[in-house]
Design a protein around this ligand. Sequence first.
Ligand SMILES: [Zn+2]
Length: 75
Amino acid sequence: MKTCPFCKEVPELPSGDGTQYEIVCACGMAQSCVQISDLMTIDERAGDDFIDYRYAEEYVERAKAEAIRKWDDRC
Ligand SMILES: [Zn+2]
């Protein structure tokens, strides 16, 4: 994962609670955000219980990979 273009730090990766996976640099200048359900099929959405305001780990991991890809693209 690339460093932030503004402060040159590598941002911390969030745990993935909630409906979107959002990487926000501590400097507040850079971010990368993915709607987790955008990467899920209709069947996957229907089959996920979204327990404790969190999607199943495989979907969180998928969104995390995409958020990192977007982050690296932009830098
Ligand atoms: Zn930064």
